[in-house]
Write a protein that binds this ligand. Structure first.
Ligand code: COA
Length: 342
């Protein structure tokens, strides 16, 4: 029995603090189980957080509070759990993740970790818990039986889609046909000061713009400080960030934005972050033009990137149409699982 937790089939549960250097071995093992579970699905194209990126997330907890636990057996970490609590909004909500080493599954370790997460979420006054799972098309999702047996229901079905680079040549021509009413402006790194305020407002709209099915989320509260800090966290993680915005020439208003990131140590991989166009500016193909302009900027500056990965709600037909036009191909399911406490 450990000082931190309970025995499950000779397994002890430990709280993990990735910022405590004295726990480096525990943290490494905790992260390895998470990474292995992702690689089990996507192999070398898995797109998770590196250990260093997670460490930076734990140093920036202004908007998301984090807690972690590891299941340890015979001095080796065999289970991973993490809880994320939103601070500025969605204070009814908690995100969680559980992963168990494949050799130790079906022994109750996942359930024990889940109980610790649920107890911590309840103690923090949260009433809605959301986890997620990933599976390639044509495979069984090991999380489905687990989540359902623990009382979670499918909240939102998303798709992962991948685009192989270099970009198709005709994409540049597509950009030539963009609306003369808007200018497309691209920047790297920090969000430029002269559009920071508008960009923060767009991020708030974005937080509820994409379909979330039954997942019980409320609009996030964004301001200049939050937009700046969230970007800073990414940059502190060593991520390269490129963003394109569409600015209406006549009014100077930002109509939309899109963001791509390239993680440190993964020069071959880019992750498509948000893409958003305000509803009153839709219908001008801005979504496609934003994404194409941003992709071409990425490709010219970082030609080593071979693959862009994106996630969309399965029913988000406008976004999926843009992705199809760019050459993205759906490769797997990303399911959000939700449980509400009464
Ligand atoms: C999902 C996961 C964490 C389950 O871990 P685990 O330690 O095997 O879970 P448990 O042993 O506590 O399983 C509890 C119950 O869940 C159900 N369950 C778990 N895995 C299952 C599977 N592959 N098929 C069907 N039911 C399953 C069963 O009812 C099981 O009880 P039983 O073994 O007595 O029948 C593990 O498969 C995993 O790491 N998957 C990859 C990461 C992931 O998708 N995490 C997201 C979770 S939301």
């Amino acid at each position: 029995m450990s000082a931190f937790g309970q025995d499950v089939d000779a397994v002890t549960l430990h709280a993990v603090d990735p910022l405590d250097r004295g726990q480096d071995r525990l943290t490494q093992g905790w992260h390895r189980v998470y990474q292995r579970a992702l690689q089990e699905t996507y192999g070398s194209t898995a797109a998770g957080w590196s250990q260093e990126e997670v460490r930076v997330q734990f140093t920036h907890q202004e908007y998301e509070r984090r807690a972690a636990w590891a299941a340890v057996r015979d001095d080796a970490v065999v289970g991973h759990a993490q809880l994320i609590l939103f601070v500025a909004d969605n204070t009814h909500f908690a995100k969680l993740h559980v992963a168990v080493d494949p050799a130790y599954r079906r022994r109750g370790i996942g359930s024990a970790l889940l109980r610790v997460l649920e107890d911590a979420a309840r103690a923090a006054g949260r009433t809605v818990l959301v986890g997620h799972s990933d599976v390639l098309f044509g495979h069984d999702d090991p999380a489905a039986g687990f989540a359902e047996s623990a009382g979670y229901a499918r909240g939102q079905a998303n798709l992962r889609s991948d685009l192989l680079l270099p970009p198709r040549r005709d994409l540049e021509a597509e950009l030539g046909a963009s609306s003369a009413d808007y200018e497309l402006l691209t920047s790297w790194g920090e969000i430029p000061g002269d559009w920071l305020e508008q960009r923060a407002r767009l991020a708030a709209h974005m937080s509820t713009a994409a379909p979330r099915g039954d997942v019980d989320v409320q609009e996030e509260r964004w301001n200049v400080e939050r937009a700046r800090r969230v970007r800073r966290t990414m940059l502190d993680q060593g991520r390269q960030v490129v963003e394109t915005v569409a600015r209406q020439r006549q009014s100077g208003l930002l109509a939309g934005y899109t963001t791509l990131v390239v993680p440190a140590g993964r020069p071959e991989l880019s992750l498509q972050w948000d893409t958003f166009v305000l509803s009153e500016h839709r219908g001008h193909r801005l979504g496609l033009h934003l994404k194409v302009a941003n992709l071409l900027a990425l490709h010219h500056a970082l030609p080593a990137v071979e693959r862009v990965v994106t996630w969309n709600a399965a029913e988000n037909e406008p976004m999926r149409r843009v992705n199809r036009a760019m050459g993205f191909v759906p490769v797997g399911h990303h399911t959000e699982w939700q449980k509400a406490f009464t």
